[in-house]
Design a protein around this ligand. Structure first.
Ligand SMILES: [Fe+2]
Length: 582
């Protein structure tokens, strides 16, 4: 087939939701908007674009400035200054890749700045000798505070781009970036499914470019810390499909050979942030997928063969346990450190989601990582993946054998997370249980804010993947589908679901508290009422909106780890056991 014969149905199949598949219709994916492939040389355009910041190894003293340019940059560099005085130049390193589907070369640059002063504002410019802009790009950032100090961060996932030429892109993506800026966080956590390049397979670099330029409005002013989602897995781009993601971000080193950038941790104040790649442990198959009837044909220059219908890029288990081993080492170290109070995990796919038109929950996370979260008292898990907002009660351990296989009605093990309370008091002690937040509410065009209900008793119900859902032939000849989750459970852990919109942003204010006392995090979810393209409850059409209003506020508390001379925060080391069903 030709590049332009990729159909909307084909690319949408990668999103995993049956509701998305219904939005079928042909679209051209290689059009006149596609810029020509760019080459190095005397005429190369080294003008910086897609400028974004990430933390270095220590957010109090190190920041990385990253960007891309249309062609190869000559002498790419950052000029840093503080208070309009002392300045220094930091040369950037170049990292490139050639897209495995359309053969375009992408030029990226990374300037690692260290030796900064904590809690201090800096100005910087980004330029190159072949920068064609009238003035170098200029912005400011602030480093993290040292020690126990108050700070704010924000989070959402599933952002996409404002360019509606691309599958899953939507104008709310620009409003979401503006929302981050309006709350002025120290940094932002972007919980995977960044731009959906894989759903626009013949134009992946162009989608990333629109994503980067949209984010620049905020990400040039404060660190945006990402994790990979299923849609960062791209055909033709590396062993796990992460080449575009890994080339564009230079993330803190996890010290694990061969796997830098896929998972990492960083510390701000008394909080350890742990960013994970759940693609490594989930059962669900939701990466790049060719639905058919035609194969996906890379351009000849890539040397890559056509990808046959029914092929998906399934990478469960790719690290061979290296990520989970790193996670346990990292959590154990943090919980033995009396200067760390909070552990907050970021990952894309979800242990606790009851979206009925989205993906749902995944047993793989519950098996591999929730026992570690219990053992080391991980306080909060931030997710994306389902385009809605859902909050769990604090959970510890699991309820044994309370799931039901969809096909047969037989009991099935879903390791349902056990809520330590089902009283929605607004204040939760996370030393007693982990709170899960679904924040896939960034800016895609597919809101998924419709949630499961057990028709027998009216309680929330969740779909759960307990085994791989590899592609199968659909009812349409020569076309493939990936089945939905194979099990359901009553979602006893579900505390709050936003049924009014699939769009929002979570704002977290960390209060370190007093010595020998409690520390707290005040969390407010703001939502964008009216932004759903179609409201699932009313059928009413909506449109992108810049107006984010409060949906709910709650407070997380836990004893400080320096309480009673440093032993107050130590976790219980008792083994995690299954509980009987409520
Ligand atoms: Fe996802």
């Amino acid at each position: 087939m030709t590049d332009s014969s990729v159909t909307r149905r084909q690319v949408l199949a990668g999103a995993g939701g049956a509701g998305l598949l219904a939005a079928a219709g042909p679209v051209a994916v290689l059009g006149s908007a596609r810029p020509p492939a760019r080459r190095a040389g005397a005429s190369a355009d080294g003008t910086p674009e897609q400028i974004h910041l990430t933390w270095g190894a220590d957010p109090a003293t190190s920041v990385t400035v990253s960007w891309a340019s249309p062609g190869e940059a000559t002498a790419p560099r950052v000029q840093l200054s503080r208070g309009g005085g002392y300045g220094r130049t930091i040369p950037a390193v170049q990292r490139t890749y050639t897209d495995g589907i359309n053969g375009e070369t992408v030029w990226t640059y990374h300037a690692e700045i260290s030796g900064l002063a904590p809690d201090t504002g800096y100005s910087y410019t980004v330029t190159a000798d072949n920068d064609s802009s009238a003035q170098p790009f200029a912005a400011t950032f602030t480093t993290a505070p040292l020690g126990r100090a108050p700070f704010r961060f924000t989070s959402f996932g599933d952002l996409a781009t404002p360019n509606t030429q691309w599958v899953l892109s939507y104008g709310q993506s620009a409003c979401a970036v503006a929302a981050v800026e309006s709350f002025k966080p120290l940094f932002h956590l972007l919980n995977g499914d960044l731009c959906y390049g894989d759903l626009n397979p013949t134009t992946q670099p162009e989608v990333w470019r629109d994503f980067g330029n949209n984010n620049q409005t905020s990400a040039a002013n404060r660190a945006w810390m990402p994790c990979p989602g299923n849609h960062e897995v791209e055909f033709g781009n590396g062993p796990q499909g992460f080449t575009s993601y890994l080339t564009r971000y230079l993330l803190p080193d996890n010290g694990v050979p061969w796997f830098r950038g896929r998972w990492y941790s960083f510390r701000v104040g008394s909080v350890l942030f742990v960013s994970l790649d759940a693609d490594d442990v989930v059962y669900q198959d939701a990466g790049a997928f060719v639905a058919g009837p035609d194969p996906l044909a890379p351009v000849a220059g890539t040397g890559n063969p056509p990808i046959e219908p029914g092929t998906s890029f399934y990478i469960r288990g790719y690290s061979g346990g290296a990520q989970t081993a790193w996670l346990e080492r990292t959590l154990a170290s943090a919980r033995s450190d009396p200067s760390i109070d909070w552990i907050i995990a970021q990952m894309h796919q979800i242990a606790c989601s009851s979206s009925v038109i989205g993906n749902g929950s995944d047993l793989g996370i519950r098996q591999e990582w929730l026992p570690l979260f219990d053992r080391y008292q991980v306080d909060v898990v931030l997710n994306g993946h389902d385009h809605d907002y859902e909050r769990s009660f604090p959970c510890r351990g699991f309820d044994n054998l309370v799931g039901t296989e969809v096909a047969t009605g037989a009991p099935v093990q879903t390791m349902r997370p056990h809520p330590v309370t089902t009283e929605d008091t607004g204040v939760f002690d996370t030393s007693r249980g982990t709170v899960h937040l679904v924040l896939g509410c960034g800016g895609t065009d597919a809101n998924l804010d419709e949630y499961g209900v057990d028709t027998a008793d009216g309680v929330p119900q969740a779909k759960v993947f307990t085994r791989p859902n590899r592609p199968v032939l659909s009812s349409t000849p020569e076309e493939y589908d990936r089945p939905a989750a194979d099990a359901v459970e009553d979602a006893a852990w579900s505390a709050k679901r936003d049924t009014s919109t699939g769009y929002g942003i979570a704002v977290f204010d960390v209060d370190p508290g007093a010595p020998d006392g409690m520390t707290s995090i005040r969390v407010t979810q703001y939502h964008a009422l009216g932004a759903d393209p179609v409201n699932p409850a009313t059928g009413e059409p909506g449109a992108p909106t810049p107006n984010y209003t409060e949906f709910e506020t709650f407070t997380l508390v836990r004893p400080r780890s320096d309480r009673f001379g440093g032993i107050g925060g130590a976790p219980e080391r008792s083994p995690v056991t299954a509980r009987s069903a409520d």
